[in-house]
Design a binder for this molecule. Structure first.
Ligand SMILES: [Zn+2]
Length: 400
């Protein structure tokens, strides 16, 4: 490839036969793709057409460790289009088709590698500038995974070919081995959703455009099926409507704790204090809500108050419902959720209210232009890159 790069400067646009042979020879042995070769490869596509590049990518480029190369090549070949589009001839049309096919192939070959080697930087919190402790990533701060997805989305709109995004979004919905669904939501889906919405809005596109609509639908479905959890079998116990205790600093913790989902409340205190708290709890007659025991492993002993399992389950479910509602709200408002969820909207509502468990259905991501049952009800408006529907994401404020 170095030889080609060297002769490229001397040849301009007229390539003699001997140089073409040299190019084909070099491409047939090209097995170590490097981003630095992209200008030369792009020049080959310009002077000899994109076909040899297509064949080289298809046959020679390894399917691992080549993400940056493939994306750089796709971008460079796309830039070539504006050079070629000046001509209006059959030959130029053919060359454009070859280019489009090659760009599509580069991006398609890059997509399965999107997550390889991309890590969320470990965040640390410094204590008095003396030592750092790692901080659990909670969706705030740099996220190179999300950056990469957004780059790919923007690139596919730029080249006006959204088909590779169907593969990408389907790939995103597969949870890698050793990754929990909770972690996938924390690290990827939750930070991605607002960025994706902002990007679509900036591109003048609707969330209801495929393949994005299917993606949003599947993310909500995954949440309801795998994160929300199951409604408790027993009706929630009724909490007392008066404050428990005498109002001292110990007693005043009891009433708020009873309505939180935390299982236990502990008081490590001298016997006199423990006896006081025990007495106040007994007086409140809440043995159907919480039980007391004493842990004698430390000094002084610890009075442990445990919620009964039915109360704990009810409160855990209440928290889970609230978080699920917040998550869905972060994806789309009610009207847009109806559009996104379509035939599963009632199931989603039923799952949220605890009427029935959400069963994960077909996780397929639709292609742009796929006909989906029920799609006809949407007011389709032709847009620059396909059908746009004026729904969510545009009017709502983005969570900051
Ligand atoms: Zn008290």
């Amino acid at each position: 490839m170095d030889v080609l790069t060297a002769i490229k400067g001397h040849l301009e646009n007229e390539v003699p036969t001997w140089a073409k042979e040299l190019v084909m020879e070099a491409l047939s042995t090209y097995t170590a793709p490097a981003v630095s070769d992209v200008p030369t490869l792009s020049w080959i596509a310009q002077v000899m057409g994109a076909k040899p590049i297509f064949e080289m990518v298809e046959q020679k480029v390894p399917d691992t460790g080549t993400y940056e190369f493939l994306i750089a090549l796709a971008r460079s070949l796309h830039d070539l289009r504006s050079v070629l589009s000046i001509e209006d001839s059959i030959a130029a049309g053919q060359q454009e088709a070859e280019l489009a096919r090659t760009i599509h192939h580069c991006i398609s070959a890059a997509i399965p590698q999107w997550e390889v080697g991309v890590e969320i930087p470990q965040q640390v919190r410094s204590f008095h500038g003396i030592f750092d402790i790692p901080v659990y990533y909670n969706g705030v701060g740099p996220n190179p995974k999300v950056d990469r997805i957004i780059d790919l989305v923007e690139l596919c709109f730029k080249i006006d070919d959204l088909a590779p995004l169907t593969t990408l979004l389907e790939n995103l919905l597969q949870i890698p081995a050793k990754t929990t669904v909770h972690d996938r939501f924390r690290v990827l889906y939750k930070p991605l959703v607002p960025r994706l919405k902002t990007t679509l809005t900036a591109l003048g596109q609707s969330m209801a455009l495929e393949p994005f609509k299917s993606f949003f639908k599947n993310v909500i479905s995954l949440y309801l099926a795998r994160i929300l959890g199951v409604v408790p079998a027993f009706p929630p116990p009724t909490l007392p409507n008066t404050n428990i205790g005498c109002g001292c600093s110990h007693c005043e913790q009891i009433t708020p704790w009873l309505s939180r989902s935390t299982a236990k409340l502990t008081f490590q205190a001298v016997q006199q204090t423990r006896t006081h708290i025990e007495g106040q709890i007994t007086k409140a007659r809440i043995s159907h809500l919480a039980r007391m025991s004493t842990d004698a492993t430390g000094r002084p002993y610890t009075l442990v108050v445990n919620k009964v399992p039915e109360l704990e389950a009810a409160l855990v479910w209440r928290d889970a419902q609230k978080l699920a509602e917040e998550f869905i709200e972060s994806v789309a408002d009610t009207d847009a959720t109806k559009v996104i969820m379509q035939d599963r909207y009632q199931d989603a509502t039923d799952a949220l209210s605890g009427v029935k468990v959400f069963i994960l259905g077909d996780m397929r991501v639709a292609r742009r232009g796929d006909i989906i049952p029920g799609e006809g009800i949407l007011p389709l408006v032709p847009g620059a890159a396909g059908a746009t529907v004026p729904v969510a994401g545009v009017k709502r404020k983005q969570p900051s």
